[in-house]
Design a protein around this ligand. Structure first.
Ligand SMILES: NC(=O)C1=CN([C@@H]2O[C@H](COP(=O)(O)OP(=O)(O)OC[C@H]3O[C@@H](n4cnc5c(N)ncnc54)[C@H](O)[C@@H]3O)[C@@H](O)[C@H]2O)C=CC1
Ligand SMILES: [Mg+2]
Ligand SMILES: [Mg+2]
Ligand SMILES: [Mg+2]
Ligand SMILES: [Zn+2]
Length: 425
């Protein structure tokens, strides 16, 4: 075999075996290998698709390989993936498996380390470490200061153990272990401390220039993406504690366990102590939020709540009810709020929404009827908007007929995604 033939064979073997490191290395030296065919006209991409090697397929894709190439049986790499049942690779190859969008509140800079929550000794050592970060909350509001980079931005005050000594030992403080930093080798731990004490006293010496954020909305939208992710976790757990002080099953007192992730009833014999009882753990409320697409594919429906800022229209949303699927919740909420009937529903992405503890489940759905009749209790107005009108609103054009929801809301992402989806229409 020629040197060139041998090189290609090694490359194809690496693809068959899912050896993504070798693939990257060989491509950095001989990029022309990328779309070359071996026996039966199979490319490296087809071989990764045949054997279900996701990472290796991703390396080839990000190197720019051609997904349209076919083998001698006329199959593309995607056809091969579908035939062998590797649907995750088929999705990757159709481009519907893009990375999760970096939406506000979603970034996770901490590893939650849930296995450490019941390790008292380890937690005590973290609490005492000078590297450890403490975030202070009062009435669910974080202690912040004005951001260094941009005026409208605020940042969390990251306190050290010396600054919070008296709070740590005080009985009026609730502590939640948030996790350890993913990016730092030293892995500093982070805790949220919620205090009932008068903040003016507390603030005097903690951090001059710091203040407790007044209003969650829109205040929390001014945090950086890193800080917002931590607050989403801390605020939701603290909100649960503030609303579930007593046992929801029998009304008795409870004690906090698992570093702030559990409340256990103190009355012996309470039903909540038998087996796993969901009232003992922090609650999350699922909410569907959907961009309703017109049957013609060229318009979408947006609604306005009375409390929205002037001119703003956003996606319809609603709480998922018990015993309901996401698809059924989307159809019911759209029908209730706008009178429009929905057919197919496609999940896109989700967002933590810590006001107090919602999980926004973002979908696109397609209407099968178009007459709008709004439920005046929930929505002031709902309208169909064209793609051009959404684009004008997105770039804040003078001609824009409505104001977009803020970029930190998943509604903004759902609209942007729709514009992107239809880019070639
Ligand atoms: N991130 C984003 O882009 C957006 C987030 N949201 C969030 O989604 C939430 C739900 O949307 P809505 O249109 O208000 O829901 P919705 O359309 O279901 O109506 C809200 C009403 O449902 C009832 N309800 C049912 N289950 C509830 C529960 N578990 N908690 C509280 N109320 C419940 C209450 O009467 C409430 O007034 C909002 O409260 C808001 O926080 C809403 C729109 C955009
Ligand atoms: Mg509703
Ligand atoms: Mg609603
Ligand atoms: Mg509802
Ligand atoms: Zn109880």
């Amino acid at each position: 075999m020629s040197v060139r033939g041998e090189l290609l064979q090694r490359f194809l073997d690496a693809a068959s075996g899912g050896d993504d490191e070798t693939l990257s290395l060989m491509l950095s030296q001989s990029r022309e290998l990328l779309d070359e065919r071996g026996e039966q006209g199979w490319t490296a991409l087809m071989l990764t698709a045949r054997n279900g090697h996701y990472e290796a397929a991703r390396v080839l894709l990000t190197s720019g390989c051609d997904t349209r190439v076919t083998n001698r049986s006329g199959q593309t790499a995607r056809d091969v993936a579908v035939f062998w049942g590797h649907t995750h690779i088929a999705r990757l190859l159709t481009g519907t498996d893009t990375q999760e969008p970096d939406i506000h509140f979603n970034r996770e800079i901490l590893d939650r380390m849930s296995d450490r929550r019941s390790d008292g000794e380890w937690l005590a050592s973290r609490r005492a470490s000078p590297e450890t970060v403490f975030l202070l909350f009062h009435a669910l509001s974080p202690l912040v200061r004005s951001g260094a980079e941009r005026e409208e931005q605020i940042e969390l005050c990251k306190l050290r153990s010396t600054a919070v000594q008296e709070l740590l030992t005080g009985s009026r403080t609730l502590e939640v272990f948030l996790g350890v930093e993913k990016q730092d080798d030293g892995q500093p731990a982070w805790f949220a401390l919620s205090t009932e004490d008068d903040p003016s006293q507390l603030l005097q010496d903690k951090d001059p220039g710091s203040f407790f954020l007044q209003e969650a909305m829109p205040g929390l939208l001014r945090l950086s993406d890193d800080d917002a992710g931590v607050v989403a976790q801390a605020r939701s757990v603290l909100a649960w504690h503030s609303r579930y002080r007593f046992c929801p099953t029998c009304g008795s007192d409870t004690k906090v366990e698992e570093a702030g992730y559990k409340r256990t009833c103190l009355r012996a014999g309470c039903r909540s102590l038998q087996g796993v009882h969901n009232t003992c753990y922090p609650r999350v409320d699922p909410v569907v939020i959907m961009l309703v697409l017109h049957p013609d594919g060229k318009q979408c429906m947006l609604g306005r709540k009375k409390i929205f800022p002037p001119g703003m229209f956003s996606c319809l949303a609603g709480f998922v009810e018990p015993g309901e699927t996401l698809e059924a919740a989307v159809r019911r909420e759209v029908q209730e709020e706008s009178g429009v009937q929905v057919g197919s529903v496609q999940y896109l992405s989700s967002q933590a929404w810590p006001m107090p503890s919602c999980l926004m489940i973002g979908c696109h759905c397609v209407a099968v009827t178009t007459d709008i009749k709004v439920d005046q209790n929930e929505i002031e107005e709902a309208r169909w908007f064209t793609r051009q009108q959404v684009m004008d609103a997105l770039v804040k054009d003078k001609q824009a007929v409505f104001v977009m929801p803020p970029r930190q809301a998943i509604a903004h992402y759902l609209l942007k995604h729709w514009i992107g989806c239809n880019a070639n229409l």
